[in-house]
Write a protein that binds this ligand. Structure first.
Ligand SMILES: [Zn+2]
Ligand SMILES: [Zn+2]
Ligand SMILES: [Zn+2]
Length: 88
C-alpha cells in the first residue's frame, strides 16, 4: 500500500454491519446520516456528517483506526489517523 497506512493492509476480511444502525445513536434516540463499520470490533457507528460523529470518536478513543462504509453499494475502507481511503 502506498501512502504510509499499515492499518488497511491488515484488513483481510472486511466486516459488514450486523444491523444498519448506529450502535450509539439508537440508545440516545439520535439520528445519523451515513454508517461506518469498525474493522477491529465490528461495531457500526455514524459518519462525520452525522451530528454525533460516533465512528471517528470511536476511532480516537479506543484506537480502532479503520472503518468500512456500511452503506449499500459502497465498497471502501478508511483509516482515520492516516486519512487513507481504499476501495476494495
Ligand atoms: Zn492507517
Ligand atoms: Zn451515532
Ligand atoms: Zn472498534
Amino acid at each position: 500500500m502506498e501512502g504510509g497506512c499499515d492499518h488497511i493492509t491488515h484488513v483481510h476480511d472486511v466486516k459488514h454491519p450486523t444491523k444498519r444502525q448506529c450502535d450509539e445513536c439508537v440508545p440516545m434516540g439520535a439520528r445519523w446520516v451515513h454508517l461506518r463499520t469498525c474493522q477491529e470490533c465490528g461495531t457500526t457507528l455514524c459518519c462525520d456528517s452525522s451530528p454525533n460523529k460516533h465512528a471517528s470518536r470511536h476511532a480516537r478513543t479506543v484506537h480502532h483506526p479503520v472503518v468500512a462504509s456500511a452503506e449499500p453499494g459502497e465498497r471502501w475502507l478508511y483509516c482515520y489517523p492516516d486519512e487513507a481511503y481504499v476501495e476494495y
